[in-house]
Design a binder for this molecule. Structure first.
Ligand code: NI
Length: 200
């Protein structure tokens, strides 16, 4: 296993539409392990393959509380539906087949470090995907897990959370990053404050 470099906006690879996974081999299993290790190392709750430069439809997620307090930012407790989903979760060729209701969350992204903005998502979703061996499964969930899944699926289409903001707000953030890069000190401060908001 090894840590992979996480690409940051405006890297053009984050804007590509990723290709379906068709071969479920050892190379895929290694990529999954590397991505899970990279996600934990970055204190993220989700990571999509294009974020590490692999343009395939693969996502890893772990929204479980990371310390003994059992608390998570905003979504203090896991919902009943979230608890039923084994994590870390590997989603290959995922598709949302049903979305219900609306919810909002202050999202962040490991590929846009230091920025947090409110994004609207479905409250509850039904998702179909394949596991690392190619076996199909269906998940119905809500809470932070459903939000994270929607955020990560966006990455497979080349979409970032900053694309969901109002035109002016999104443009301001994108221009700021393109002109000045990422404020390292601010990023560290934000991460220390809200470690769970990183991607999502
Ligand atoms: Ni992200």
């Amino acid at each position: 296993m090894s840590l992979r470099e996480i690409l940051k906006f405006p890297d053009p690879r984050l804007r590509e539409v990723s290709k379906p996974v068709t071969t479920f081999d050892d190379g895929l299993k290694t990529l999954v392990k590397d991505m899970i290790e990279t996600m934990y190392d970055a204190k993220g709750i989700g990571l999509a393959a294009p974020q590490v430069g692999e343009l395939v439809r693969l996502v890893v997620i772990d929204t479980r509380p990371k310390d003994e307090s059992g608390r998570r930012y905003k979504y203090d407790e896991m919902t009943e539906l979230e608890r039923q989903v084994p994590q870390p979760l590997v989603l290959i060729n995922p598709q949302i087949v049903k979305g219900e209701g609306k919810t909002t969350f202050d999202e962040g992204c490991l590929s846009v470090p230091g920025y947090y903005e409110t994004v609207q998502r479905f409250d509850k979703i039904v998702m179909k995907a394949q596991d690392v061996n190619g076996k199909e499964f269906t998940i119905e969930t809500d809470g932070l897990l459903a939000i994270c899944m929607q955020h990560e699926l966006d990455h497979l289409e080349g979409t970032l959370f900053i694309d969901h903001l109002s035109f002016l707000k999104g443009k301001r953030i994108k221009d700021q990053i393109k002109k000045h890069g990422y404020p390292v000190k601010e990023t560290e401060k934000e991460e220390a404050k809200d470690p769970e908001t990183c991607d999502v």
